[in-house]
Design a protein around this ligand. Sequence first.
Ligand SMILES: CC(C)(COP(=O)(O)OP(=O)(O)OC[C@H]1O[C@@H](n2cnc3c(N)ncnc32)[C@H](O)[C@@H]1OP(=O)(O)O)[C@@H](O)C(=O)NCCC(=O)NCCS
Length: 170
Amino acid sequence: MRSEAHLPDGTPVVIRPLTTDDGDELKRGLEHLSPASAYRRFLGTPPTLNGTTLKYLTDVDHINHEALGAADPKTGHGIAIARFVRSTDDPTHAEIALAIADAWQHRGLGSLLLDALAARARAVGITTFTGLVLADNVAMLKLFERLGPTTHHPAGAGTVEVTTDFLSIR
Ligand SMILES: CC(C)(COP(=O)(O)OP(=O)(O)OC[C@H]1O[C@@H](n2cnc3c(N)ncnc32)[C@H](O)[C@@H]1OP(=O)(O)O)[C@@H](O)C(=O)NCCC(=O)NCCS
């Protein structure tokens, strides 16, 4: 399921589902994320990546929990992660989160990864993504909007819960 793709500027990237071998690279990526990006991703302090947390984040079943990683083929290092976790209340819904390495942001990688994540989600019967996002996170709000019509509900502490039904996308 490894695929090669290109950013709009032609830069190649490799996208593939995470495996349990990716723990060290995940840790490395989080350590290199700027405090501002980490705050936007985790809406606070990032988690401590101990064995239990790393196992949860990498030992995914690809059906109820998917995590796609992007890597720079020049270095082999991870540069982004997109994840969905299916809702236990409604199996057609999943919560998503993305984190793109700072140097790779605003270059179309989030859009690329989200499309790949949505395709994976559709394949396992998920049609709606939700996410808790800082209300001023314009890039993430735009990512939701490009999937389909969105609804926003204020969720306190400067956040909004965004929902988008992406049934109609390719
Ligand atoms: C939010 C995030 C995932 C977006 O990924 P990205 O690769 O930067 O996004 P893209 O380059 O694909 O751009 C997506 C859209 O946002 C816009 N955008 C990107 N960065 C922007 C910025 N800093 N300010 C305003 N708009 C921005 C792009 O122009 C594009 O809009 P368009 O579709 O109308 O052209 C990424 O910036 C990130 O990881 N941020 C830190 C963590 C985070 O915020 N995670 C989200 C919480 S789940």
